[in-house]
Design a protein around this ligand. Sequence first.
Ligand code: ATP
Ligand code: MG
Length: 227
Amino acid sequence: MPPSTNKRMLITLENPKSPISESYRMLRSNLDFTSFDNNEKILMVTSAGPSEGKSTTTTNLATVYAQSDKRVLIVDADLRKPTVHLSFNRSNRNGLSNILVGQAEWKECIQSSGIDNLSIIPSGPIPPNPSELLSSKRMKKFIEEVKDEFDIILFDTSPILAVTDAQVVAAFCSGVILVVDAGKTKKDTLSKAKHTLERADARILGVVLNNISRSKGDSYYYYYYGT
Ligand SMILES: Nc1ncnc2c1ncn2[C@@H]1O[C@H](COP(=O)(O)OP(=O)(O)OP(=O)(O)O)[C@@H](O)[C@H]1O
Ligand SMILES: [Mg+2]
């Protein structure tokens, strides 16, 4: 399968001086002040519902980390609606699902993103049983193997309230970034998402408010509130 032409814009790459890119750098700085056990930055980006900006946040945050000379890996753990490969115009033929069913080693699935220091492992073909695969021993083994090769690993995931996939991934991560569509997500939905993550023993590092001013026809901004 050739790389998809359905490319998504990566603002931190295409317009690094914009205020939006600056807000991703602010998010990065805030995370730099957070301490992690064993210095392991294995982070997951999720949201309560669909289309709140998880993948946009994952790919742009990864890009600003890579721009600061960190070795960064994005893993597309959204095995239902994967898009990471589209942001970097890469093939999705081999990826996480192949690793998790034992068909491939991670080294066979990793791809350069085209940005220095930034590698990606796309989702691979969509499997019938994502949450089962994501909670498997192979997932644990995969993370054990890749974690020493990178300064930061970012998992893009499915919405936390829709399916259990992201809860399962949270168990392997040192922290979670919760993206909230400011114009759409209701308070009680957000609170449900927070409780679901807490039940999964996830450490919520902060909330990214997305789409703060889209409703006003303005450009969009991201703000980060550490907890
Ligand atoms: N702040 C924003 N302003 C304008 N468009 C945005 C903004 N954030 C995201 N988008 C666009 O909205 C769509 C959904 O964003 P994105 O794919 O990042 O969300 P998602 O939470 O990963 O969705 P899914 O649940 O489908 O995985 C994309 O087309 C993206 O380019
Ligand atoms: Mg997504």
